[in-house]
Design a binder for this molecule. Sequence first.
Ligand code: PGA
Length: 260
Amino acid sequence: MKLTHTPLIIGNWKMNPQSLLVATSLAKEVLKEVSRVQHVDVGIAPPSIFLESVAALTKGKKLKVVAQNVFHEGLGARTGEISLPMLKSINVAASIIGHSERRALGETNEDTNKKMLAIVKSGGTAILCVGEKERDQHGNYLSFVEQELRDALEDFPKAKLAQLVVAYEPIWAIGTGNTATPHDALEMKLFIQKLLSDLYGRPSLAKVRILYGGSVSKQNAAELLVDGHADGFLVGGASLRSAEFGEIVKIAERHVRDSI
Ligand code: PGA
């Protein structure tokens, strides 16, 4: 079956590794792993303190550097925060927004929306994370994700949808080894597509990649791509192992080749 999107795979390093030295060597290893990849977009999201060094290493290369979070204001008395102009000044043009680990620290849907609007205004790309805490039998998880998505996208302009990526990350699957089944992942992808189509019209679906995240590994990547129809992945733990991350990217590359 012909693919609708170029797969996108982003490694979310979270609060790892412990030093700049290890971060730059991990970035170099990842660069080597993905150097021959042609049909997959690849990014890594190091902690903000390492962004500049990693961005300098990957400058002009296919590997994109992504922030894990950003504040919606540009300048001022906001101790501990990082702004979009700061990211732009070191050539970082994309950010993960609304990761469940940020939400667990108190980030609300309203905060997420402010970040989405700021990033789209700055010309950058937002990787918006949504996902339920648990899957209940009554389907409440669907309305939970719907609310997260609708709130995050309030006033997000249709003309800027190319700057949006959605990552479905069920919280119960993050860091647990309990990956969503391809069926579960596909069900949610279709649900998110239906919401996007209601909000922006069907042609909008061609612009937005819907990734899956939550215990993605080299063992489950192929089935999530083939049967789950994921447009790519947000990879946490496995992205800290360059060989495994590289393997996941290569699995996606083979998936594209098989689909041509
Ligand atoms: P995980 O994390 O792959 O370690 O489950 C995914 C994420 O939180 O983005």
